[in-house]
Design a protein around this ligand. Structure first.
Ligand code: DGJ
Length: 779
């Protein structure tokens, strides 16, 4: 809901939040409040009062000596009129100065969302949202700045973006142009960012804000695994369930930039947009430039409140097409099983085993095309490698379908190798500076997506392959950062990174939207491009090449602050893990993947009988509860006892919840554990019970001799044989209680404490875990 009220106040209202700003006497937009919803319309009391001038400030206009821009909370600032804080835009104006001063000209309010011309954006029907469009003008230069605010009532999200129009006959140069800026009247915040690198994406980092500017950015050409574009600002004592917090993200997959500043007068300024790094864009008369869309939310219910707003918003207003809000299938992906070493026989064998376990999709990863037998050759040559697949994709997909599985395929459309047919024929297709030796990442070049001819080639070859067989899933990979940035097809190299991103979106439109029945999962060496721009096209993203569940707790846990579980690919693989050499129980590998989109990525021939039975049980469980796991209301817990991590997903109608209890390093003689279930209906009666999973007796080593009437070798023949077929039931507990009791917490059985083992002992140990099913009892 958007209201324009007396005294030029704008009030943007969502279910639980109010966003208020007003037009000042000089036409600037003064930000008044963003936070808890305010019912009455007397806003004057909320304004920061300026009854004295701060020394050494600039008076905007001699007629009003108390009006200093540096000391006003603003909606969008300019340069050169007294606001010395970090600026959201840096323009070389038509009058050849850097000074710009945009003031109110007009506004309108329309129902629904307003799509961007070239960039992806959130969508909302007329009944879901309203958009406020405000025109500001720099009258000296005849340049217009248009600010868009779309208010999504139910999900408590407001999206923002800006468009610049040059009406002047002289050109305008954009060096920096942010999608949004927000000033808040207090400095008492922590900033949370999600950072990392390959196989350690999205780890949460929190720091206290202090004076100066903190920047979270990417310069790699994509949103990057270094710093996700999503950030959170929270009051100092904020907890997972209480405390005031603001979340921000950007619908963009290229170089992004978020800056948070605390000014000398304790005002906080936040901004997000395209990274000004190497950015330079000229606007001639009548040309315009649109920024990507930023999203922001607020909650007083802590980090979970912010995340739940983001999750609802992304599920309903970002992810689109046939797969939005649909249960996602369980995959087997052959990458960690085969890498490049496979043939049709091996694949079909893997598929047959997968089918027996209940898997629904078979995904053939890298290596099926050209001369791609390692990562040094073949990218770009999307014709089938007949040595590996003599009958081609058509024959393979038919065989897979006959087994009863759907068939999916991997591509890396944005890249080529020097050793490829494509590069030999079209060396000019790659991103490279003429006369400078190129640098490589994973032995590959980036294709120049600024070049329409390159894009046409990719669309033709990609869509050609999709038509050649029954392909119902695609993994769209991208495995290097961009360097040697240069395209001969653009006016100025300062356009490169943005034009590349727009080229990518053009490809995605022509491939993903043209194949609406294919489920797309994007990937970039794992989560190197986990962002809202990609989610406007591909409903899911491979979260990380790291399949170690303990590392995944941080990766999926970190991503969960910003993105719903319905977007995160999460696979069970073999242990010890390829990325960490850590040994973890199969149950934990599943239990973590179940808080995401479950898949398996291993050679199934290495599973013994008992493990296969365990996997069958896991998949049965997941299929039964996946709607809750993928789309339920998700809660994190504050990390308790420094070594336990808990997550819970609750059905929207509160009839069912799945709780995960994960132990990191085991503690000697651990104290009792009480586990509370969040999100239930206090007045409903529930059963709380363990999802039955066994534990391998090999984990006991020689201790097994304490409970047997005879002595055996800890790693001898008998143990190995028994282990093939038997699992010891573990953590079996069942309770009944009303929601209020479960919210207070269930006291669980003792963990193993070194003595007195019996069937009521919970055996977790390092990296152990359990899932609990909480279901409403029938009257
Ligand atoms: C990187 C991806 O993240 C992996 O899952 C796999 O698809 C490889 N690329 C294949 O080259």
């Amino acid at each position: 809901m958007i209201e324009f009220l007396q005294n030029n106040y704008f009030h943007l209202i969502t279910k639980n939040t109010s966003y208020i700003f007003k037009v000042t006497e000089f036409g600037h937009l003064e930000s008044i409040h963003y936070g808890d919803r305010i019912q009455n319309q007397l806003f004057e009391g909320l304004r920061r009062k300026t009854t004295a001038t701060v020394g050494s400030s600039i008076v905007y206009d001699a007629s009003r000596e108390l009006y200093c821009l540096d000391n006003i909370t603003l909606e969008y600032s300019g340069i050169g009129k007294g606001d010395f804080r970090h600026t959201p835009l840096e323009l070389l104006m038509p009058d050849h100065s850097f000074v710009c001063d945009f003031t109110y000209h007009s506004h309108k309010i329309v129902t629904g969302s307003v799509a961007l011309k070239e960039l992806p954006s959130a969508f909302g029907k007329d009944q879901d949202c309203e958009t406020l469009i405000i025109q500001l003008k720099d009258n000296i230069n005849d340049v217009t700045l248009v600010l868009y605010y779309t208010v999504y009532f139910e999900t408590n999200v407001i999206t923002r973006r800006a468009v610049l129009h040059n009406n002047n006959k002289n050109k305008l140069v954009i060096r920096k142009f942010m999608s949004m800026m927000l000033d808040l009247p207090s400095a008492d915040y922590n900033l949370i960012t999600f950072d990392g690198g390959w196989i350690k994406e999205a780890h949460k980092h929190m720091r206290e804000l202090s004076y100066g500017v903190y920047v979270n950015e990417s310069t790699t050409g994509s949103s990057s695994n270094r710093h996700n574009p999503g950030i959170i600002l929270s009051e100092k004592n904020t907890h997972e369930d209480y405390g005031k917090a603001y979340g921000f993200n950007l619908v963009y997959s290229g170089n992004h930039y978020e800056a948070v500043e605390i000014s000398n007068h304790d005002l906080v300024r936040v901004m997000t947009g395209i990274n000004p790094h190497c950015f330079y864009w000229e606007l001639n008369q009548w040309e315009q430039f649109e920024t990507p869309e930023a999203i922001m939310t607020y909650s007083k219910y802590g980090f979970n409140g912010v995340s739940q707003n983001f999750h609802d918003f992304i599920n309903h207003h970002i992810v689109r097409g046939e797969f939005a809000n649909k249960e996602r299938p369980v995959l087997i992906n052959n990458w960690e099983a085969n890498f490049f070493d496979f043939n049709q026989h091996k694949l079909v064998k893997l598929a047959k085993q997968a089918k027996k376990l209940g898997i629904e999709f078979f995904v053939l990863d890298d290596g099926w095309f050209g001369n791609r037998n390692n990562d040094k050759a073949g990218l770009g040559d999307y014709f089938v490698n007949k040595k590996k697949l003599p009958g081609g994709l058509d024959e393979l997909s038919k065989k897979i379908n006959k087994i009863g599985l759907k068939f999916g395929l991997w591509f890396e459309p944005e890249m080529t190798n020097e050793d490829s047919e494509l590069f030999r024929k079209h060396p000019e297709y790659v991103v490279k500076i003429p006369n400078r030796k190129a640098s490589f990442g994973r032995n590959q070049y980036v294709l120049d997506l600024c070049n329409p001819e390159v894009r046409d080639y990719i669309v033709k070859s990609f869509n050609g392959v999709l038509k050649s067989a029954n392909i119902e899933y695609v993994k769209w990979d991208m495995n290097r950062h961009i360097c040697d940035a240069y395209s001969s097809k653009i006016d100025h190299q300062g356009q490169f990174f943005h034009r590349y991103t727009m080229g990518l979106y053009d490809l995605l439109r022509r491939i993903v939207y043209e194949n609406p029945h294919v489920l797309f999962e994007s990937c970039s060496s794992g989560g190197n491009r986990f962002d809202l721009g990609m989610l406007c096209f591909t409903p899911q993203i491979w979260a990380s090449d790291d399949t170690d569940p303990i590392e995944r707790l941080s990766i999926q846990g970190g991503l969960s602050y910003l993105y719903p579980l319905s977007t995160m690919g999460a696979h069970v693989s073999l242990a010890p893990h390829q990325q960490t050499l850590r040994q973890t129980p199969l149950a934990t590998r599943f239990n973590v993947s179940a808080f995401g989109l479950l898949g398996y990525e291993l050679d199934l021939k290495y599973l013994n009988f008992a493990e296969k039975k365990e996997v069958i049980n896991q998949i049965c469980f997941y299929k039964k509860y996946r709607k809750t796991m993928q789309y339920g209301t998700f809660y994190r817990y504050n990390i308790s006892k420094s070594n336990m991590i808990n997550f819970v997903c609750v059905d929207p109608n509160k009839t069912c919840a799945i709780l995960g209890n994960f132990e990191l390093m085991a503690k000697a003689s651990p104290s009792n554990e009480i586990i509370s279930v969040k999100g239930l209906d206090e007045n409903e009666k529930y059963t709380f019970k363990t999802f039955l999973q066994g534990i391998s007796i090999k984990r006991f080593g020689v201790l097994i001799n304490h409970i047997l009437p005879f002595k055996i070798m800890p790693d001898g023949f008998i143990i190995r044989m028994v282990n093939q077929f038997y699992r010891l039931p573990n953590c079996v507990e069942t309770y009944s209680g009303f929601g209020d009791l479960l919210t207070v917490g269930i006291g669980l059985n003792n963990e193993f404490i070194g003595s007195n083992y019996n069937s009521d002992t919970r055996l977790l140990g390092d990296f152990g875990s359990s899932l609990y099913i909480i279901e409403k009892e029938n009257e």
